[in-house]
Design a protein around this ligand. Structure first.
Ligand code: ZN
Length: 166
């Protein structure tokens, strides 16, 4: 294919030079649009720092939650988390073991952020999954004997309390 630049090389005509400038201007614009898009994408990916994580943690009520594992194994398909009061705000930790003998494992900031994001996206689901798996209330750790309570992951009183923001 003959490009505009080839034409100019062959003919040296002025109007072709103008066409080259036009093409160059269009390409320049496309390049600026591309650079702009990359900058926008960077702006949309939040920088994960303590301030961002603390703000997000405040939106998740204190209690226990479970999230499905990204890579489940034969013995383990969920991860348990606890959100607790911490220095006037909330802090998320991972909990391992069984209710009554949970051991707390601290999480790196990036993992805290991702766990909080997933829990906050669907609080009820994360709460219910904890109830299903452990059969204990995600707010007070009482055993859940009722089916409807297990579906919520919380006893009736705790559910009402949470709905009222207590
Ligand atoms: Zn409860």
């Amino acid at each position: 294919m003959t490009t505009t630049l080839d034409l100019i090389r062959q003919t040296g005509r002025l109007e072709d030079a103008q066409a080259v400038r036009k093409v160059a201007a269009q390409q320049g614009q496309q390049l600026r649009q591309f650079v702009g898009k990359v900058a926008d994408q960077r702006a949309q990916t939040p920088t994960i720092n303590f301030v961002v994580v603390d703000e997000l943690a405040k939106t998740v009520p204190v209690g226990f939650y479970a999230l499905p594992m990204t890579n489940p194994t034969a013995n383990n398909d969920v991860t348990f988390f606890e959100v607790r009061e911490f220095r006037g705000g909330h802090r998320i930790t991972m909990v391992v073991g069984a209710p009554g003998s949970f051991r707390v494992q601290t999480l790196k900031l990036g993992l805290q952020y991702h766990a909080l994001r997933h829990i906050a996206e669907d609080l009820v689901a994360a709460s219910a999954l904890f109830g299903h798996k452990t059969r204990t209330c995600g707010r007070c750790k009482s055993p859940l004997t009722r089916t409807d309570s297990r579906e919520r992951g919380m006893g009736r009183d705790c559910w009402d309390a949470r709905m009222e923001g207590r």
